[in-house]
Design a binder for this molecule. Sequence first.
Ligand code: ADP
Ligand code: MG
Length: 723
Amino acid sequence: MRKKTIQTIIYTNNKKKIENMGNVSKWFGINTFNEEVMKSKLSKSMYSKMKKVMEGKENLTVDVANEVAHGMKEWALENGATHFAHWFLPLTGSTAEKHDSFLTYDENRKMVERFSGKELVRQEPDASSFPSGGLRATFEARGYTAWDPTSPAFLIEDKSGKTLCIPSIFISYNGYSLDQKSPLLKSVDVIENSVRKFLDVFGIEPKKVLSYAGVEQEFFLVDSLLASLRPDLTICGRTLIGAKPAKGQEMDDQYFGSIKERFIEYMRDVEHELYKLGIPLHTRHNEVAPHQFEFAPIFEDVNLACDHNQLLMEVLRKKAKDHNLFVSLHEKPFAGINGSGKHVNWNISADSLNMLDPGDNPHENMIFLFFLTAVLRGVYEHNDLLRASVASCSNDHRLGGHEAPPAIMSVFVGKHLTDVIQKIINNEFNEVNVKELINTGISKIPKITKDTTDRNRTSPFAFTGNKFEFRAVGSKQSISIPITILNVITADSLDYMRNILIEEMKDSDNDILKSIYNVVRKVLKQASDILFEGDNYSEEWRIEAEKRGLYNLKKSDEALKRFTDDKKIELLTKNNVFSKEELHARYEVEIERYCKEMLIEARLIRDMAQTIVLPALLEHQKLILENLKLIKELCQNQNIEFLNLESTNLIKKVDKILLNISKIDEVIRESECETNIENCACICSQNLNENINNLREVCDDIEKNISDKLWTLPKYSELLFVD
Ligand code: ADP
Ligand code: MG
């Protein structure tokens, strides 16, 4: 079966013809209700009102909502859609949509298509099946989706039609957020507020303050026929069993290599769909591991970047089917092979002023230095929260395993910036060279830093010239919570530092540059403990980080717990990004997901071991025993010592496999009986994890040592090299 499948793949891999995309800029965003379409569908006055709503300058009124809804419906009908759906990001980690038709009866019981402002603004899906962490008692199933006018509506195409999707937030009957997007949107306001207050000190009043994200998405592609023979890949997105192949990624012949025909066809098809959705994909390349790839769009404001990344993941899955491919967005699909992450490039800009770009004049340089210090302090004070924001069962295989980046959150800024920071802390700048630092010094940094930064791929959070790159984010998670946390901790530090700055200015006759220098110096003295330029995998760093009081939360259950710490609750509730109840609820949802995922893996690997590996092993043993019998009968003088030994070994393996299965069964039973979810998580992270690994070790050993003919699961060499 396995071999036949491989032959089928090789001989029947028909090339799918991708239609010529032509001049993409001419039709880019054709499936979005973008500003241009809106302009053509609304009256002039309504359009200008709607623009103000989108910019957050005016509240939405009924007449505007009605006209936008009408315009949206007209556009959707013209494009062949019959239904609309509020599209939202519940706490399940994926997207949700409930389709409703535009059809309704008019006053004369005649069928017409209608879409009112009321329907556009709010929908009421049955919320009872979405996770809520207890925020929505089961008797109160109501939840509301509310239109987010800052992210354009779009048409999702399937083979038989189109659906109008309206980006929305999802809240409970009593106003608690039940989705990924609400906290993100709130955090955008929080950081905007803090940046404005800070820039006010300089007399700068920006029109817009935006947080931006550029998301590099990694993923693996496997032939779907092969994947279908692997229950672990199809169900968990990762292989639970699989021996190390003779060739892995050691030849370094994959990274940036030419993309094979089959995969580039798929990638073009994905791009085609995403361009129609107005997603500005920019980069595509092979990643380090075989069959691993990356897509990255041009950065956008975080709200759009979040929706677009979610759509990218959906389209990756959808299009894979058309190309007989299976896409794994799991953080660690293959043991011993690089995992996948989602590098989130992040910065804050006030109009054209990028807060993380050392500028051309003294003020811009000082703004940069102040802002940089605020980020460093934020990460230093709340490194646990950043770790928690990327916590999941699957991401633990990267962060908690021997893979970049580690679970200790630290910041890499490059040698030149480190030198500047060190000099500031040591107060090595005198009257003259402070001026020099301010006037020219920092502005020289970006180019040099950019060049050196990428050399440290082991850092979870790296400064890359004019932005930070958060590399610990999991490949399949939403970027929403990591960015929410970044925005909040930076805003908190900005406020803290601004208060000291105001005092400093009083003491220094309003010498703003000198005051900033002093504040930065004071804060960096402590916060610079978050800086680390060395090898983040090393044991020395683990010891040093512990001395510096940084968290090393290897397992997600410990990391998630930080969301319920009093100080963290205070920080996150202060600005209403979360309420205390929401934080507890999210913790509960995440920890429950953590347990469920691990239990699914445990059940699956024990089933695979029992029903696939063990029968193959017994079959192999039968062969050996038959062989032994034959040799004994036919060639009595033959030395059969090695066969005897092999047979004894096999019996030991059978024992081992049965023993490990029974251990897993026991822990599964124990965790299923546990009613307290925290205790359940503890059992999973401490016992189940280890047992899964132990059982895997036996299975992998068997794979390597029994007849290839008897092994039915496609091997790593096939999953990763057959195309
Ligand atoms: P790499 O890290 O692979 O060298 P880049 O750093 O150039 O690639 O870009 C990666 C991502 O960072 C892209 O999505 C890009 O649009 C985004 N990016 C570039 N500049 C910024 C910025 N100022 N703010 C946020 N994201 C940015
Ligand atoms: Mg990058």
